[in-house]
Design a protein around this ligand. Structure first.
Ligand SMILES: Cc1cc2nc3c(=O)[nH]c(=O)nc-3n(C[C@H](O)[C@H](O)[C@H](O)COP(=O)(O)OP(=O)(O)OC[C@H]3O[C@@H](n4cnc5c(N)ncnc54)[C@H](O)[C@@H]3O)c2cc1C
Length: 342
């Protein structure tokens, strides 16, 4: 149902800003709900559900977001608190959390809790509330980036210097953060893919109206030219196949997390989700690029609005919620085998 809702929101805001805000605010609070302290969940997720707060993800660091096991942010335990130091970049929801929303917001943040050589086995996840009830976290500085699209949702940088987080805000066990966020990415990526389907549906439906109406060469609709109609058939079919990949991944997530069907494990989502997250943004971007051409010069104007959707879906071929090559890596690794694909 969340995937369908996010798809519809993106259909009505193809710039994707509101859909991305919605998908982050559903995917990551769900992970807090599954693995977090019950009191913290009531406090934080309750406010998110009331529309008064934001909870996203802070994993990416300046040296490269794809290598999560290589993060450098550290969390040091001191009595019942953790002191977190490091830098997170390209983080969605910075302005919304730190300035806009009535209660505030934060992120599920990843940090190394033990010696760096243990790779992904020494990462712990925490709920870091950057601002809560008008109180800003001490030791946290933030700034906003000038992104080329999705302007309705901010992207920014977080710098942390001995930021204190109470142990109750830890999500899951110490050193199990990597596995927890993998599940978070699986859930969030289904919604990412659904958002791309919604935006692409908007574009192809607008294009369909246009190619029926636009008349050239003896007053023929441009849809009557096979150069247009065959391309339409291809794109429409690929969109439908991407949609089915998204719905299958969403169905499987329901089986695992809602029905708790013992036939399925969380890792079973890896390939179906990576396929959906790989396919949906790539076909969505192609649909925007192709349909912009059908609109001729009008497609190149700001009045056509197509460029907003194009810049929105492109954020996901660039890398938001995981680079496209990382989706290919997951599919290859889990189907060919870890002993072959590293
Ligand atoms: C609009 C936007 C919003 C974002 N919001 C958030 C957020 O809220 N929270 C957050 O934590 N992050 C966020 N990100 C960051 C996003 O998660 C990263 O962009 C992504 O993980 C890739 O990291 P990177 O940009 O550092 O690229 P890199 O990891 O440096 O990758 C660079 C290039 O190398 C390729 N590459 C990397 N490794 C491999 C490999 N093993 N094999 C083949 N190719 C490879 C990638 O495909 C990519 O093309 C956001 C990004 C964008 C664009």
């Amino acid at each position: 149902m969340t995937a369908l809702a996010v798809e519809e929101i993106a259909y009505h805001d193809p710039s994707m800003a509101i859909a991305v805000y919605t998908l982050l605010n559903n995917g990551w609070p769900f992970i807090a709900y599954l693995f977090g302290d019950k009191g913290v969940v009531a406090e934080v997720v309750g406010e998110v559900a009331r529309g008064r707060a934001f909870l996203g993800i802070a994993s990416t660091e300046p040296h490269g977001g794809s290598d999560i096991a290589g993060i450098k942010t550290t969390a040091r335990k001191s009595n019942n608190k953790w002191l977190i130091t490091g830098e997170k970049v390209y983080i969605s929801g910075v302005r919304e959390s730190m300035e806009d929303l009535p209660t505030g917001g934060g992120w599920i943040l990843l940090a190394k809790t033990e010696k760096p050589e243990r790779g992904h086995r020494n990462i712990t996840s925490f709920i870091l509330l950057g601002r809560w009830n008008r109180e800003k976290k001490k030791g946290l500085e933030y700034s906003k980036l000038n992104t080329i699209g999705r302007h309705g949702l901010s992207t920014g940088i977080l710098k942390l210097e001995d930021v204190e987080v109470d142990d109750k805000y830890r999500v899951g066990d110490v050193n199990k953060g990597f596995y927890i966020v993998q599940q978070g990415f699986n859930v969030a990526r289904i919604l990412v893919a659904a958002a791309n389907i919604g935006a692409a549906r908007w574009a192809i439906e607008r294009a369909l109206e246009w190619i029926r109406e636009r008349r050239l060469f003896d007053n023929r609709p441009i849809a009557s030219f096979q150069g247009v109609s065959f391309k339409f058939a291809e794109l429409y079919t690929e969109l439908e196949s991407a949609k089915l990949l998204v719905y299958r991944a969403a169905w499987l997530a329901d089986k695992i997390y809602i029905d708790k069907d013992p036939m399925f494990k969380p890792q079973d989502l890896n390939v179906p989700v990576a396929m959906a997250k790989m396919k949906a943004p790539e076909i969505a971007t192609r649909i925007f690029e192709e349909t912009m051409r059908w609109f001729g010069a009008f497609g190149y104007t700001r009045d056509s609005n197509l460029f907003r959707g194009w810049l929105g879906v492109t954020s996901y071929t660039i890398g938001a919620e995981g680079a496209q090559n990382i989706m290919r890596y997951i599919i290859a690794r889990d189907t060919i085998g870890r002993e072959y694909v590293r």
